[in-house]
Design a binder for this molecule. Structure first.
Ligand SMILES: CCCCCCCCCCC/C=C/C(=O)SCCNC(=O)CCNC(=O)[C@H](O)C(C)(C)COP(=O)(O)OP(=O)(O)OC[C@H]1O[C@@H](n2cnc3c(N)ncnc32)[C@H](O)[C@@H]1OP(=O)(O)O
Length: 287
C-alpha cells in the first residue's frame, strides 16, 4: 500500500499528561494510560496527499470518551498536515460504528458525560468546519453517532446490505440540535424530521433514494475507491478558495452551535439521564 503512517507524536506520554493536566485544570474527568494513536489511525497517501482516518475500537467502534478524544486528536493531525482531503472509515469489516457506547451512557457520571459531549462538540467543529474535502467510506452498519460523523463529510459511499441512520428515538433519546442541522445540510427538512422522529435505519438503497448517501459500493475497497474519486474532483480546484466557500456555506450552522454550546450540553445530559433513556440502556445491556 502507498499509505504511510503519520509521524507519531514524539512523546506520547507528554501528550497524555497534557490532556490530563488540562482536564484537571478544567475540573474534568482524567483519562490516563490510553494510547490514542491506536484508537484512531491516521495515514496519508504519499501520492495524492489524502489522509485516511480509521476508527479502530473493536468489536463495534462504539464511541466512549477515549475514542472521541482520539478522533478529535486525529482531526487535528489532518489539519496540521495540510492534507489535500480526508477519508473517514473503520477497521471493522462490516461495521463503521454502532454509535455511542451505551456503557458510557448507562448510569453515567455527569462530569464525564459533560466532557464526552464537549469533546464531541469539538469533533463536530473540526469535521463539519474543515476546509479540506471530506468523504466517508461506510464499510458496514452505521446507526446513530457514527452516522452523524459521516453526515458531517461532503460525500458518502456505503457498502450494500448495511444500515444507516439515527436510531436515537428508539432508545428514548431526544435528538440534539447539531444533529438536526447536520442532517438537514444533507437532506430536506421534511425528510430529516421523518428520519429522526421515527429513528429510521435506512437500507443502502433507501439511503441512496433519500440522499443520505451518494453511492452504493460493492465492498469496502470499492467504497474507498469511490471516496478517492470524489476527492479527485477537487484536484484542480484551488484549495484556499474552495475551503473558504465550504466554510461560508456552513458558517450559519456553526455560529448557532457555537453560541449554544452550554445549552446543548445541558440538554444532552438531561436527555441521557432521563429515566426513559436509562431504562432503554439497561435493557440493551441486559441489566
Ligand atoms: C456539536 C455537537 C454535536 C452533537 C452530535 C449529536 C450526535 C447525535 C447522535 C444521536 C443520538 C445517538 C445516540 C447513540 O449513538 S446511542 C447508540 C445507539 N446504537 C445502537 O442502537 C446500535 C446498537 N447495535 C446494533 O444494532 C448492532 O450492534 C449492529 C446491527 C450495529 C451490529 O450487529 P452485530 O450482530 O454485528 O453485532 P452485535 O449486536 O452482536 O454487537 C457485538 C457486541 O457489541 C455490543 N454493542 C453493540 N453496539 C453497542 C453500543 N452502541 N454500545 C455498547 N455495546 C454495543 C453488543 O451488545 C455485543 O456485545 P456482546 O458481544 O457482549 O453481546
Amino acid at each position: 500500500m502507498l499509505l504511510r503512517q503519520f509521524t507519531r507524536a514524539p512523546n506520547n506520554m507528554n501528550l497524555i499528561r497534557r490532556i490530563a493536566t488540562n482536564a484537571i485544570l478544567k475540573n474534568q474527568t482524567v483519562t490516563t494510560n490510553i494510547d490514542y494513536n491506536q484508537l484512531v489511525l491516521v495515514d496519508v497517501n504519499d501520492k495524492n496527499g489524502y489522509a485516511t482516518v480509521t476508527l479502530n475500537r473493536p468489536p463495534v467502534n462504539s464511541f466512549n470518551l477515549e475514542l472521541m478524544m482520539a478522533l478529535s486528536r486525529a482531526l487535528d493531525q489532518v489539519e496540521r498536515n495540510n492534507s489535500r482531503g480526508m477519508i473517514l472509515t473503520s477497521i471493522i469489516p462490516n461495521i463503521f460504528s454502532t454509535g455511542f457506547d451505551i456503557r458510557e451512557l448507562y448510569q453515567a457520571d455527569e462530569r464525564r458525560l459533560r466532557e464526552f459531549w464537549s469533546v464531541l462538540q469539538d469533533c463536530w467543529f473540526k469535521l463539519y468546519g474543515s476546509t479540506y474535502p471530506t468523504a466517508a467510506s461506510i464499510n458496514g452498519h452505521n446507526p446513530a453517532a457514527g452516522c452523524f460523523f459521516a453526515l458531517c463529510c461532503e460525500y458518502r459511499a456505503m457498502v450494500r446490505n448495511s444500515k444507516l441512520g439515527i436510531s436515537g428515538a428508539r432508545l428514548g433519546i431526544s435528538i440534539p440540535l447539531p444533529m438536526i442541522y447536520t442532517m438537514r445540510s444533507v437532506i430536506s427538512t421534511r425528510q430529516t424530521e421523518l428520519a429522526l422522529t421515527t429513528g429510521t435505519l435506512f437500507t443502502s438503497d433507501d439511503a441512496l433514494k433519500v440522499g443520505l448517501i451518494d453511492d452504493i459500493a460493492t465492498d469496502r475497497s470499492d467504497a474507498f475507491a469511490k471516496c478517492e474519486a470524489f476527492l479527485d474532483r477537487f484536484k484542480d480546484i484551488p484549495p484556499v478558495s474552495r475551503g473558504y466557500t465550504k466554510r461560508s456555506v456552513r458558517q450559519k450552522d456553526m455560529e448557532e452551535i457555537a453560541a449554544n454550546r452550554q445549552r446543548d450540553t445541558d440538554e444532552f445530559v438531561r436527555a441521557v439521564l432521563n429515566p426513559e433513556a436509562q431504562s432503554s440502556f439497561a435493557a440493551f445491556l441486559g441489566k
